[in-house]
Design a protein around this ligand. Structure first.
Ligand SMILES: NC(=O)c1ccc[n+]([C@@H]2O[C@H](COP(=O)([O-])OP(=O)(O)OC[C@H]3O[C@@H](n4cnc5c(N)ncnc54)[C@H](OP(=O)(O)O)[C@@H]3O)[C@@H](O)[C@H]2O)c1
Length: 243
């Protein structure tokens, strides 16, 4: 039986991952910021026969991360999925307008949080049988893509894009530094997913996918994660993305 920890588990891609891992008979530690308001997750956990355990976690709060580690103790965890993320408010940050507070908050949640969580849980991962650490990133974190003509939608996302690039860089560092411990690191773009984050634009788009489709692809990538794909930035269907 596998144990999988997922952050941002109360909605969107995170909730779809919780459902799919639980159906596959994994034990799921479903982390969310406000468990009391996580109705869908609570309902699913109640019907899961004890397979889904909900734990409070604000990924932007180092004390919350320390509390998570105290709650989990030395329990082995096979897969840690850093999924929680934000667009930032305001979402638009451009060459003409940068909001410094927002930039820092976006960095704290999207880039720093996953690294601190990984550090806090490394011993739990090492005790697990799979030792897989995953970050749900975004193709917008690529500096080699989404540049120039045709990518206007990406041009006003300075804070978000910088945060995902920083996440990628940190995760690639962990892939190198923890390789000798057998830890494998997946860095995955989940696609253009119809969630709160993608908003209205995804609803009317033929290129958008459901949270379930995204979660299925992410799960496949994690299943196939090995030394050759550790530290590689990939689409949810496996295509590598340039840094
Ligand atoms: N949707 C897309 O098209 C798309 C594209 C590329 C990458 N991504 C990435 O995919 C991941 C999942 O996004 P999604 O589309 O499922 O978005 P979503 O529906 O907006 O869900 C975001 C999740 O992150 C959680 N979260 C935000 N800030 C948090 C914090 N400080 N502490 C703990 N949890 C926090 C949210 O919890 P609350 O309910 O408490 O806010 C929610 O569970 C994100 O990392 C995102 O950047 C998404």
């Amino acid at each position: 039986m596998k144990t999988v920890l997922i952050t941002g588990a109360n909605r969107g891609v995170g909730l779809a991952l919780v459902r799919q891992y639980a159906v596959d008979e994994s034990d799921v530690i479903a982390c969310c910021r406000e468990p009391a308001k996580a109705d869908e997750l609570q309902d699913f956990a109640e019907s899961s026969g004890g397979r889904v355990r909900i734990v409070q976690l604000d990924v932007g709060g180092p004390t919350s991360i320390t509390a998570l580690k105290s709650t989990l103790g030395d329990a082995p965890i096979d897969i840690v999925i850093n999924n929680a993320g934000i667009n930032g408010t305001p979402k638009d940050q451009s060459a003409a307008r940068i909001d410094p507070e927002n930039w820092v908050t976006t960095m704290r949640v999207n880039a720093l949080g996953p690294i601190l969580i990984s550090q806090a849980l490394i011993d739990n991962l090492k005790r697990g049988s799979e030792k897989k650490l995953v970050a749900i990133s975004s193709a917008y974190g690529s500096s080699g893509k989404y540049f120039g003509e045709g990518y206007a939608s990406a041009s006003n996302r300075y804070a978000y894009r910088a945060s995902k690039a920083a996440l990628n860089n940190g995760m690639r560092g962990l892939a190198r530094d923890w390789a000798d411990d057998g830890v494998l690191v997946g860095i995955l773009d989940p696609g253009f997913v119809r969630t709160g984050m993608a908003g209205e634009s995804a609803l009317g788009s033929s290129s958008s996918i459901s949270p379930d489709e995204s979660a299925r692809g992410i799960k496949d990538r994690i299943r196939l994660l090995g030394p050759e794909t550790s530290g590689v930035f990939q689409r949810f269907w496996g295509e590598p993305i340039p840094w």
